[in-house]
Design a binder for this molecule. Sequence first.
Ligand SMILES: [Zn+2]
Ligand SMILES: [Zn+2]
Length: 273
Amino acid sequence: MDIVLTGTGSPIPDANRAGPSTLVKAGDTHILVDAGRGVVMRMTGGGSMPPFLAAVLITHLHSDHVCALNDVITTHWVMTRGNATLQIYGPKGIAQFVERQLHALEPDIGYRIEHHDPLTEGPKVEVTELDPGDSFAVADVSVTTAATEHSPVKPTIGFRLEHEGSSAALVGDTIPCAGVDALARDADVYVQTVIRRDIVETIPNEMAQDILDYHSGVVEAAQTATRVGAKRLALTHMVPAPTPDQYPEWIARAAEHYEGEIIIGDDLTNVTV
Ligand SMILES: [Zn+2]
Ligand SMILES: [Zn+2]
């Protein structure tokens, strides 16, 4: 599998980092996990496009993780000439979120149906709401889920994807918890959204302080990776986003708690497992 970090940013705008999303390419099966700012552009950079997607998996409904889902839906619809159904999986609430997206897109859907003969109806979307612990298959990829802990955001869900003996844990925004441990156990790569707790603590801004209690720090991600025996740790959604000259310090901090390979994600970093 190729795990392409299509968006390594956070809610904070960044010229070089799209919003949170990860593209998994398991042979010809392409699966998108989350759909943050700029995702369709970055998917193209990662060798995919919405019509190639077998499924979209959503970890939670925080805006930074879903704000470009409308672009995925519309681009999938137009590029498949309305003939394919986009599969979307997510926690409870995703069905209403998608329904409202489609409602917001109604003017555009109307224009395009009127203007393009092949388009006779709106986007075909099939939404599956998941309970933690659900497992299912997307083509030849098996997906397992578990509850994560990002309170007060509820529900949140993490994913483990397995294909031909390889595994990747994509757990989204969460503090360390049993669900993350289960998903990341012995994984070939454990992808964790992180903050630098020591830096964020010094930011004199109330809203910055608020994020401390619902994200994994770099140290915690490294401790989780060690505890579960993950073979690689990929850091993404880093707050504050490091510049490349700061990567060695980030890696050193994680390496105090984890002996495996540590990857600092850039947009389009590709991890092959
Ligand atoms: Zn979040
Ligand atoms: Zn986030």
